[in-house]
Design a protein around this ligand. Structure first.
Ligand SMILES: [Zn+2]
Length: 349
């Protein structure tokens, strides 16, 4: 299994965020990726750089308006005399939405969910690189490989068509799924299984009215955990997408038996859908050690997850989402991928 890694991710390094009304150190540190990489190198996985795609590839999911905003927001923000530490909105168009301002530095709240996702000098460059990792992995599957791992940073599953949030700027899983769906010349079906501890509100919103991409997520109850406003069981899709969105919110106190029961249900739904490809949004922030994580999963649970997903027998692209505990993050990812590789290695494609 190839690992696709963009070396320039480290240039995106926000100094702080505002969470719980406090300024705190930003949790999406470049060291996360270095920890994962060293664990994967020890596991003898081949690491390759991404192919760099033109911006049109990103516009298959994200609006032109948003891509233009993200590429120019930092410069406009600083030129307007605001903090050079990064773009963080202070005003949001709550519910009664009227009009989007033209000037980029005044649009921060229009294009962002929260105060935890700063746009810094090199954020756009890193987000493009991260998206390219996912697109490269999709092309590997389209070329016949049975699995690939996109080591994405920044992560993506909270980003919608025209907004960032939750440390995410471009939705890497959605970009990969779209490329897999459209890239082979024949219509393909793609299932996305999201095992990050948080609901992937961005991915859900992008495919909410689609019947050719199924989104299934097991996550902590949004009534108590980010992203708060989405991720409830009654969100099942709309229009032709009705029935193609499955949310399984669990209590943060759920034990592993309950967790794996929920995962089995989500996997079953994905298999019933009959996908040509599976995209896994892998977050390890459900680990008991993770301070941002809602669950208390053991490190070994990630091997179990990888094995169960391998048993689905579908060509699988794994995209890195969250996971912030530096001491165990690499081990969790390596265990997951080794289990995925072990089983799928026996399946001829
Ligand atoms: Zn998460």
């Amino acid at each position: 299994m190839k690992v696709i890694h963009n070396e320039a991710h480290g240039r995106h390094d926000p100094s702080h965020q505002f969470a719980g009304g406090r300024q705190s150190k930003h949790a999406d540190a470049p060291a996360r990726i270095e920890k994962i990489l060293s664990a994967l190198r020890e596991a003898d996985l081949e690491v390759i750089p991404p192919h760099f795609y033109c911006v049109d590839a990103i516009r298959t999911v994200h609006s032109k308006d948003y891509v233009d905003y993200l590429s120019g927001a930092y410069e406009a923000w600083v030129a307007a005399g605001k903090s050079p530490a990064g773009v963080i909105p202070g005003t949001f168009p709550v519910r009664a939405i009227w009009r989007r301002p033209d000037e980029l530095s005044r649009r921060a709240g229009w294009h962002c969910l929260d105060t935890e996702t700063p746009i810094t000098e090199h954020t756009f460059e890193a987000a493009v690189g991260s998206a390219c990792c996912a697109l490269t992995a999709a092309d590997l599957l389209l070329a016949g490989e049975s699995r690939a791992y996109a080591l994405c940073r920044p992560p993506g599953h909270h980003a919608g068509r025209d907004h960032c949030g939750g440390y995410c700027y471009f939705n890497n899983a959605a970009l990969a799924a779209t490329r897999l769906r459209d890239g082979s010349g024949t219509a393909c079906k793609v299932a996305i299984l999201d095992v990050d501890g948080h609901h992937g509100n961005g991915t859900q919103s992008i495919f909410y009215e689609s019947s050719d991409v199924l989104y299934a997520s097991v996550h902590a109850d949004p009534n108590v955990t980010y992203p708060y406003y989405w991720g409830y069981a009654e969100e099942t899709g709309a229009g032709v997408g009705a029935g193609f969105n499955l949310n399984v919110p669990l209590s943060p106190r759920a034990d592993e038996t309950t967790y794996f029961g929920a995962l089995a249900g989500a996997l079953e739904a994905a298999q019933r859908f009959g996908p040509d490809f599976l995209v896994v949004s892998l977050g390890t922030d459900g680990s008991a050690d993770d301070r941002l994580g809602p669950f208390a999963l053991s490190t070994g649970a990630f091997a179990e997850m990888g094995q169960r997903i391998a048993e689905a027998g579908v060509p699988t692209l794994v995209v890195q989402e969250g996971g912030y505990h530096l001491a165990t993050l690499g081990e969790c990812v390596a265990l997951f991928l080794k289990a995925l590789q072990g089983k799928m290695g026996t399946i001829p494609y």
